[in-house]
Design a protein around this ligand. Structure first.
Ligand SMILES: Nc1nc2c(c(=O)[nH]1)N[C@H]1C(S)=C(S)[C@@H](COP(=O)(O)OP(=O)(O)OC[C@H]3O[C@@H](n4cnc5c(N)ncnc54)[C@H](O)[C@@H]3O)O[C@H]1N2
Ligand code: MOO
Length: 392
């Protein structure tokens, strides 16, 4: 069995980057910017007042007076020139009039019939100089995941339609005779298809468009038909039927359909029977059926794959550190991603491994906020020892 890192590397090497498309800025959150954009103007585009008050020349001291000769507001510039002994009433965001050096905030003046008397000085001029946030031509380069703050920056740069990676299309195929959909009435020997819904939500949050395919029953023809229906997707994900039982047909069918497996079986718990390869223009990923196994494999493999397809380079999940709340036994030969809870302790984060690590049980997964990473053959660890974890 290959390691998690080796399997991820092989999976990512199957991913050819997707084309770009132009989207309105309002729809660009969470998309991956490709290429480079440039600011068409500086920000601030003009030297502006940072406060409400009075624009003046020089640095008037307490007791000095100024005659108010005009008013400037955001979007309403005053176009004259301020001379000595003069002031312009000014509001935050208004262009600073010519001849002005600073803004005396209104709290630091008293009003007189002609204008103002300064009551206090301030060490700051309360102005924002043109181009001090960014200059015209400022560059913002991809590939880069667009966060909300980035959208505000692109808007200020007057970039209305950035080029982003096309959304990867993921076809999700749940397999098994035992499955019915939520809301249906299962027979005694059936269960409700569950993990698909988590995987769909996770893939969409990573930028994918997800197609929920019909359930594939445990027959070669049925599986072949549904996989065939998904042939035009960027990623074909099967769930279940990945192991070695007589009814675990996925690997055989995928091979018959032309998949050259990049790997099948990973030294991973839960998630050992994971497999992948290319199927025509798509990346094929066969997840194990146990709900926790499928969801853990989605965190570790499908989400990095979706990020890479959209052009991002640094896609592997990044482990964080926390102190173990309880001692742990030595680990076996598979990397174990234990369902766990991380909390802020008095001296930093503390991690509690759940009592139930069964890969079919969803309550412990739903209660967890972390996967506690135990590397293969990790020795027993004492309470308080540092451990690695991934947020989920
Ligand atoms: N002899 C061996 N048996 C098993 C091995 C092994 O190495 N040797 N591996 C085990 C491991 S580890 C895993 S993980 C499971 C996964 O096997 P499959 O991918 O073939 O999954 P299934 O058998 O189809 O299903 C497992 C389990 O999950 C339920 N399931 C399947 N799909 C869904 C779904 N969409 N929603 C909810 N639950 C689902 C299914 O009913 C089974 O209970 O194999 C071990 N066996
Ligand atoms: O690798 Mo399996 O997912 O442990 O149950």
């Amino acid at each position: 069995m290959i390691s998690v890192a080796e399997a991820l590397e092989r999976l990512l090497s199957l991913a050819a980057p997707l084309a770009s498309e132009e989207v309105p800025l309002a729809d660009a959150a969470g998309r991956v910017l490709l290429g480079e954009v440039q600011a068409t103007r500086a920000q601030p585009p003009f030297t502006a007042s940072a406060m409400d008050g009075y624009a003046v020349a020089g640095d008037p001291q307490p007791g000095e007076t100024r005659t108010v000769i005009g008013e400037a507001q955001a979007g309403g510039a005053w176009t004259g020139r301020i001379g000595p002994g003069e002031a312009v009433r000014i509001f935050t965001g208004a262009p600073l009039p010519e001849g002005a050096d600073r803004v005396v905030i209104q709290e630091n003046v008293t009003l007189t019939p002609e204008g103002i008397t300064v009551t206090e000085t301030s060490p700051t001029a309360h102005i924002r100089r043109a181009g001090t946030d960014f200059a015209a031509g400022h560059r913002f380069s991809g590939p880069r995941l667009l966060r909300p703050a980035d959208l505000a920056l692109l808007a200020a740069m007057n970039v209305a339609r950035p080029q982003v990676a096309r959304r990867p299309v993921v076809a999700l195929i749940a397999t098994g005779d035992e499955l019915v959909l939520p809301g249906e009435t299962p027979r005694e020997d059936q269960i409700i298809c569950s993990n698909t819904f988590a995987i769909k939500a996770m893939a969409e949050a990573a930028g994918a468009k997800v197609r929920l395919m019909p359930l594939a029953r445990d027959r070669v023809e049925a599986l072949r038909d549904v996989i065939g229906l998904a042939a035009d997707a960027d990623v074909i994900v099967t769930i279940g039927g990945a192991s070695v039982g007589d009814h675990d047909l996925v690997a055989g069918v995928a091979r018959d359909m032309g998949v050259d497996m990049a790997f099948h079986k990973v030294a991973l718990r839960p998630g050992k029977p994971l497999m992948s390869g290319r199927l025509g223009g798509a990346v094929f990923l066969g997840l194990p059926g146990n709900p926790v196994s499928a969801i853990v494999c989605t965190h570790l493999f499908l989400l990095p794959l979706l990020r890479r397809l959209q052009g991002l380079q640094d896609v592997a999940p990044k482990p964080r550190r926390a102190a173990l709340a309880q001692p742990l036994e030595a680990n076996g030969n598979r990397a174990h991603y234990m369902r766990a809870v991380v909390e802020e302790g008095d001296t930093g984060p503390v991690i509690y491994a759940g009592d139930n690590q069964e890969s079919a049980f969803l309550v412990p997964l739903s209660e967890a906020n972390a996967l506690l990473l135990r590397p293969p053959h990790a020795p027993a660890a004492a309470a308080g020892a540092q451990a690695l974890w991934l947020p989920i």
